[in-house]
Design a protein around this ligand. Structure first.
Ligand code: SF4
Length: 320
Protein backbone atom coordinates (compact mmCIF):
# COMPACT_ATOMS: atom_id res chain seq x y z
CA UNK A 1 0.00 0.00 0.00
CA UNK A 2 1.20 3.48 -0.81
CA UNK A 3 1.30 6.18 1.79
CA UNK A 4 -0.56 9.32 0.77
CA UNK A 5 0.68 12.70 1.82
CA UNK A 6 -2.13 14.98 0.80
CA UNK A 7 -1.61 17.52 -1.86
CA UNK A 8 0.54 20.40 -2.82
CA UNK A 9 0.03 22.99 -5.46
CA UNK A 10 3.16 24.74 -6.48
CA UNK A 11 5.68 25.31 -9.11
CA UNK A 12 9.25 26.32 -8.29
CA UNK A 13 11.95 25.13 -5.95
CA UNK A 14 14.23 22.21 -5.43
CA UNK A 15 13.26 20.02 -2.54
CA UNK A 16 10.85 17.13 -2.38
CA UNK A 17 7.95 19.44 -3.01
CA UNK A 18 9.63 21.30 -5.81
CA UNK A 19 11.31 20.83 -9.16
CA UNK A 20 14.91 20.45 -10.22
CA UNK A 21 16.32 22.60 -13.03
CA UNK A 22 15.87 19.71 -15.47
CA UNK A 23 12.31 19.02 -14.35
CA UNK A 24 11.51 22.69 -14.63
CA UNK A 25 12.76 22.64 -18.21
CA UNK A 26 10.69 19.55 -19.02
CA UNK A 27 7.68 21.27 -17.54
CA UNK A 28 8.19 24.60 -19.28
CA UNK A 29 9.15 23.21 -22.68
CA UNK A 30 7.08 20.04 -22.63
CA UNK A 31 4.15 19.50 -20.31
CA UNK A 32 2.87 23.05 -20.00
CA UNK A 33 2.87 23.83 -23.77
CA UNK A 34 1.37 20.39 -24.47
CA UNK A 35 -1.24 20.82 -21.79
CA UNK A 36 -2.34 24.09 -23.40
CA UNK A 37 -2.81 22.32 -26.71
CA UNK A 38 -4.95 19.56 -25.20
CA UNK A 39 -8.60 20.39 -25.57
CA UNK A 40 -10.35 19.90 -22.26
CA UNK A 41 -14.11 19.56 -22.60
CA UNK A 42 -15.69 22.67 -21.12
CA UNK A 43 -18.20 20.63 -19.08
CA UNK A 44 -15.26 18.90 -17.35
CA UNK A 45 -13.74 22.13 -16.05
CA UNK A 46 -14.23 22.58 -12.30
CA UNK A 47 -15.85 26.00 -12.74
CA UNK A 48 -18.81 24.22 -14.37
CA UNK A 49 -19.51 22.44 -11.08
CA UNK A 50 -23.18 23.48 -11.24
CA UNK A 51 -23.85 21.60 -14.49
CA UNK A 52 -23.79 17.89 -15.36
CA UNK A 53 -21.64 15.87 -15.22
CA UNK A 54 -19.85 17.76 -12.44
CA UNK A 55 -22.86 18.75 -10.36
CA UNK A 56 -23.02 16.32 -7.40
CA UNK A 57 -26.06 14.04 -7.65
CA UNK A 58 -26.30 13.30 -3.92
CA UNK A 59 -26.08 15.63 -0.97
CA UNK A 60 -23.07 13.88 0.51
CA UNK A 61 -19.69 15.44 1.24
CA UNK A 62 -16.70 13.14 0.90
CA UNK A 63 -13.05 13.67 1.71
CA UNK A 64 -11.08 13.47 -1.49
CA UNK A 65 -9.15 10.35 -0.50
CA UNK A 66 -12.42 8.40 -0.13
CA UNK A 67 -13.00 8.98 -3.83
CA UNK A 68 -9.47 8.77 -5.16
CA UNK A 69 -8.06 5.85 -3.17
CA UNK A 70 -8.69 2.48 -4.79
CA UNK A 71 -6.50 0.29 -2.61
CA UNK A 72 -9.69 -1.68 -1.99
CA UNK A 73 -10.91 -2.26 -5.53
CA UNK A 74 -14.55 -2.76 -4.54
CA UNK A 75 -14.60 0.29 -2.27
CA UNK A 76 -15.75 -1.76 0.71
CA UNK A 77 -13.41 0.19 2.99
CA UNK A 78 -15.45 3.33 2.30
CA UNK A 79 -18.74 1.42 2.68
CA UNK A 80 -17.71 0.02 6.08
CA UNK A 81 -16.59 3.40 7.30
CA UNK A 82 -19.44 5.53 5.98
CA UNK A 83 -22.42 3.16 6.07
CA UNK A 84 -21.62 0.61 8.79
CA UNK A 85 -19.68 3.14 10.90
CA UNK A 86 -16.90 0.63 11.47
CA UNK A 87 -14.00 2.21 13.33
CA UNK A 88 -10.52 0.79 12.83
CA UNK A 89 -7.00 1.69 13.84
CA UNK A 90 -4.88 3.13 11.02
CA UNK A 91 -2.35 0.68 9.62
CA UNK A 92 1.41 1.24 9.70
CA UNK A 93 1.43 2.72 6.18
CA UNK A 94 -1.15 5.33 7.18
CA UNK A 95 0.72 6.18 10.38
CA UNK A 96 3.96 6.43 8.44
CA UNK A 97 2.35 8.74 5.87
CA UNK A 98 0.99 10.99 8.55
CA UNK A 99 4.38 11.06 10.29
CA UNK A 100 6.31 11.94 7.11
CA UNK A 101 3.82 14.62 6.24
CA UNK A 102 4.12 15.96 9.78
CA UNK A 103 7.90 16.18 9.55
CA UNK A 104 7.69 18.14 6.27
CA UNK A 105 5.17 20.54 7.78
CA UNK A 106 7.33 20.94 10.89
CA UNK A 107 10.37 21.70 8.78
CA UNK A 108 8.68 24.44 6.78
CA UNK A 109 7.01 26.01 9.81
CA UNK A 110 10.25 25.95 11.80
CA UNK A 111 12.24 27.48 8.93
CA UNK A 112 9.74 30.32 8.53
CA UNK A 113 9.55 30.97 12.28
CA UNK A 114 13.33 31.15 12.56
CA UNK A 115 13.58 33.63 9.69
CA UNK A 116 10.86 35.86 11.18
CA UNK A 117 12.15 35.60 14.75
CA UNK A 118 15.89 35.91 14.16
CA UNK A 119 15.91 38.11 11.06
CA UNK A 120 17.79 37.89 7.78
CA UNK A 121 21.14 39.01 9.23
CA UNK A 122 21.22 36.06 11.62
CA UNK A 123 21.12 33.53 8.82
CA UNK A 124 23.99 31.42 10.19
CA UNK A 125 22.10 31.09 13.48
CA UNK A 126 18.96 30.20 11.50
CA UNK A 127 20.87 27.41 9.74
CA UNK A 128 22.28 26.10 13.05
CA UNK A 129 18.88 25.92 14.71
CA UNK A 130 17.11 24.60 11.63
CA UNK A 131 19.51 21.69 11.46
CA UNK A 132 17.97 20.16 14.59
CA UNK A 133 14.95 18.03 13.59
CA UNK A 134 11.65 18.70 15.30
CA UNK A 135 10.14 15.28 15.99
CA UNK A 136 6.99 16.57 17.71
CA UNK A 137 4.93 15.53 14.70
CA UNK A 138 6.01 11.94 15.28
CA UNK A 139 5.19 11.88 18.97
CA UNK A 140 1.44 11.68 18.31
CA UNK A 141 2.05 8.49 16.31
CA UNK A 142 4.26 6.98 19.00
CA UNK A 143 1.43 5.36 20.95
CA UNK A 144 0.17 3.59 17.80
CA UNK A 145 3.49 1.88 17.01
CA UNK A 146 5.86 -0.55 18.67
CA UNK A 147 9.33 0.72 19.55
CA UNK A 148 11.05 -0.82 16.49
CA UNK A 149 8.54 0.62 14.01
CA UNK A 150 8.74 4.01 15.70
CA UNK A 151 12.56 4.08 15.52
CA UNK A 152 12.44 3.06 11.85
CA UNK A 153 10.02 5.91 11.04
CA UNK A 154 12.13 8.32 13.07
CA UNK A 155 15.32 7.45 11.19
CA UNK A 156 13.55 7.94 7.83
CA UNK A 157 12.03 11.19 9.07
CA UNK A 158 15.56 12.32 9.87
CA UNK A 159 16.59 11.61 6.25
CA UNK A 160 13.66 13.71 5.02
CA UNK A 161 14.61 16.52 7.40
CA UNK A 162 18.27 16.45 6.34
CA UNK A 163 17.29 16.49 2.68
CA UNK A 164 14.91 19.41 3.17
CA UNK A 165 17.53 21.21 5.25
CA UNK A 166 20.23 20.95 2.58
CA UNK A 167 17.87 22.18 -0.13
CA UNK A 168 16.40 25.02 1.96
CA UNK A 169 19.84 26.29 3.00
CA UNK A 170 20.87 26.35 -0.67
CA UNK A 171 17.77 28.29 -1.64
CA UNK A 172 18.09 30.80 1.21
CA UNK A 173 21.78 31.38 0.44
CA UNK A 174 20.97 31.85 -3.22
CA UNK A 175 18.38 34.53 -2.43
CA UNK A 176 20.72 36.25 0.06
CA UNK A 177 23.50 36.35 -2.54
CA UNK A 178 21.27 37.80 -5.24
CA UNK A 179 19.18 40.16 -3.09
CA UNK A 180 21.38 42.03 -0.59
CA UNK A 181 18.45 44.12 0.74
CA UNK A 182 15.91 41.35 1.09
CA UNK A 183 13.69 41.39 4.19
CA UNK A 184 12.30 38.48 6.18
CA UNK A 185 8.92 38.28 4.47
CA UNK A 186 10.40 38.51 1.01
CA UNK A 187 13.11 35.94 1.81
CA UNK A 188 10.43 33.49 2.87
CA UNK A 189 8.32 34.09 -0.22
CA UNK A 190 11.34 33.60 -2.49
CA UNK A 191 13.10 30.72 -0.72
CA UNK A 192 10.18 28.90 0.93
CA UNK A 193 7.14 29.64 -1.25
CA UNK A 194 5.04 27.00 0.46
CA UNK A 195 1.92 27.28 2.55
CA UNK A 196 1.37 24.19 4.61
CA UNK A 197 -2.13 22.85 5.12
CA UNK A 198 -3.84 25.50 3.02
CA UNK A 199 -7.59 24.87 3.23
CA UNK A 200 -9.68 24.39 0.10
CA UNK A 201 -13.47 24.18 -0.02
CA UNK A 202 -14.41 21.17 -2.16
CA UNK A 203 -18.15 21.46 -1.52
CA UNK A 204 -18.98 22.66 -5.06
CA UNK A 205 -18.07 19.19 -6.25
CA UNK A 206 -19.56 17.22 -3.36
CA UNK A 207 -16.25 17.06 -1.50
CA UNK A 208 -15.33 18.12 2.00
CA UNK A 209 -15.32 21.83 2.83
CA UNK A 210 -12.03 21.30 4.63
CA UNK A 211 -9.67 19.81 2.07
CA UNK A 212 -6.07 20.47 2.91
CA UNK A 213 -3.39 21.52 0.47
CA UNK A 214 0.19 21.79 1.56
CA UNK A 215 1.55 24.47 -0.63
CA UNK A 216 0.48 27.07 -3.05
CA UNK A 217 2.53 29.48 -5.11
CA UNK A 218 1.30 31.91 -7.67
CA UNK A 219 2.47 30.80 -11.08
CA UNK A 220 0.93 28.60 -13.70
CA UNK A 221 -0.71 26.11 -11.38
CA UNK A 222 0.28 22.49 -11.14
CA UNK A 223 -1.14 20.06 -8.64
CA UNK A 224 1.44 17.95 -6.88
CA UNK A 225 0.86 15.00 -4.58
CA UNK A 226 3.52 13.34 -2.49
CA UNK A 227 3.39 9.60 -1.86
CA UNK A 228 5.60 7.00 -0.25
CA UNK A 229 5.13 3.54 -1.75
CA UNK A 230 4.62 1.77 -5.07
CA UNK A 231 3.07 3.55 -8.03
CA UNK A 232 -0.61 2.96 -8.78
CA UNK A 233 -2.55 4.21 -11.78
CA UNK A 234 -5.31 5.59 -9.55
CA UNK A 235 -2.88 7.96 -7.80
CA UNK A 236 -3.62 10.37 -10.63
CA UNK A 237 -7.21 10.58 -9.38
CA UNK A 238 -5.96 12.61 -6.42
CA UNK A 239 -4.23 15.24 -8.54
CA UNK A 240 -7.27 15.27 -10.84
CA UNK A 241 -9.67 15.79 -7.92
CA UNK A 242 -7.64 18.68 -6.57
CA UNK A 243 -7.33 20.22 -10.03
CA UNK A 244 -11.13 20.17 -10.32
CA UNK A 245 -11.52 21.66 -6.85
CA UNK A 246 -9.04 24.43 -7.64
CA UNK A 247 -10.85 25.19 -10.87
CA UNK A 248 -14.16 25.34 -8.99
CA UNK A 249 -12.79 27.65 -6.28
CA UNK A 250 -10.41 29.91 -8.22
CA UNK A 251 -11.88 29.62 -11.73
CA UNK A 252 -8.54 29.25 -13.51
CA UNK A 253 -7.49 26.18 -15.51
CA UNK A 254 -5.33 23.53 -13.87
CA UNK A 255 -3.94 21.28 -16.58
CA UNK A 256 -0.89 19.53 -15.17
CA UNK A 257 -0.39 17.21 -12.24
CA UNK A 258 2.70 15.63 -10.73
CA UNK A 259 2.99 12.78 -8.26
CA UNK A 260 6.19 12.79 -6.27
CA UNK A 261 7.19 9.33 -5.07
CA UNK A 262 9.58 9.07 -2.14
CA UNK A 263 11.49 5.83 -1.53
CA UNK A 264 14.10 4.84 1.00
CA UNK A 265 16.98 2.77 -0.29
CA UNK A 266 20.32 2.05 1.38
CA UNK A 267 19.66 4.75 3.92
CA UNK A 268 18.96 7.27 1.17
CA UNK A 269 15.86 9.15 0.17
CA UNK A 270 15.10 8.57 -3.52
CA UNK A 271 12.61 10.81 -5.32
CA UNK A 272 10.79 10.15 -8.60
CA UNK A 273 8.17 12.30 -10.26
CA UNK A 274 5.25 11.37 -12.48
CA UNK A 275 4.11 14.39 -14.51
CA UNK A 276 0.78 14.06 -16.29
CA UNK A 277 -1.79 16.14 -18.11
CA UNK A 278 -5.13 16.27 -16.35
CA UNK A 279 -7.10 15.38 -19.44
CA UNK A 280 -10.73 14.50 -20.12
CA UNK A 281 -10.15 10.82 -19.42
CA UNK A 282 -8.85 11.45 -15.89
CA UNK A 283 -11.57 14.01 -15.19
CA UNK A 284 -14.28 11.57 -16.30
CA UNK A 285 -12.73 8.79 -14.24
CA UNK A 286 -12.74 10.99 -11.14
CA UNK A 287 -16.37 12.05 -11.62
CA UNK A 288 -17.49 8.44 -12.21
CA UNK A 289 -15.61 7.32 -9.15
CA UNK A 290 -17.19 10.13 -7.08
CA UNK A 291 -20.69 9.27 -8.30
CA UNK A 292 -20.18 5.53 -7.66
CA UNK A 293 -18.96 6.16 -4.12
CA UNK A 294 -21.81 8.58 -3.39
CA UNK A 295 -24.40 6.13 -4.75
CA UNK A 296 -22.94 3.30 -2.68
CA UNK A 297 -23.25 5.40 0.48
CA UNK A 298 -26.64 6.92 -0.31
CA UNK A 299 -28.21 3.58 -1.16
CA UNK A 300 -26.25 1.63 1.52
CA UNK A 301 -25.06 -0.88 -1.08
CA UNK A 302 -22.43 -3.29 0.19
CA UNK A 303 -20.04 -3.69 -2.77
CA UNK A 304 -18.76 -7.03 -1.44
CA UNK A 305 -15.35 -8.29 -0.44
CA UNK A 306 -12.57 -7.75 -2.95
CA UNK A 307 -10.73 -10.66 -4.53
CA UNK A 308 -7.49 -8.71 -4.14
CA UNK A 309 -7.44 -7.80 -0.46
CA UNK A 310 -4.08 -6.62 0.82
CA UNK A 311 -2.78 -7.85 4.15
CA UNK A 312 -2.33 -4.45 5.75
CA UNK A 313 -5.88 -3.27 4.98
CA UNK A 314 -7.21 -1.85 8.27
CA UNK A 315 -10.57 -3.57 7.58
CA UNK A 316 -9.07 -7.01 6.93
CA UNK A 317 -10.32 -8.40 10.24
CA UNK A 318 -13.82 -7.09 9.51
CA UNK A 319 -14.07 -8.55 6.00
CA UNK A 320 -12.39 -11.92 6.71
S1 SF4 B 1 -10.33 -6.39 3.52
FE1 SF4 B 1 -10.52 -6.44 1.30
S2 SF4 B 1 -12.68 -6.03 0.86
FE2 SF4 B 1 -12.31 -5.47 2.98
S3 SF4 B 1 -11.91 -3.31 2.84
FE3 SF4 B 1 -9.92 -4.33 2.81
S4 SF4 B 1 -9.42 -4.62 0.66
FE4 SF4 B 1 -11.60 -4.10 0.80
Amino acid sequence: MTVNIRIIVLIWGEDMYFLSQEERKHLLKGYLPRSREVDIAEELRGWNWNEPPLVPIYDIKLPLYEIANKYCDTGRDVYLKRVENVKVQPNTDMITGSAFHGILVSFIVKAKKLIYNLGVDEYTKIFDELKVPDYNALESQNSLLDATAYESIKSKARLIWEYEYAQAVGRIQDVLARQPYVGEDSLISLALPVIVEQKLDGSFLGLSRYLSADAFTLSEPMVVDLKFGPKKDFHRLTTTGYALVMESVFEFPVNVGCIVYGYFKNNRLIIEKDFHIIDDELRQWFIEQRDDRMRMIYESMDPGVSENCYDSCPYYGVCH
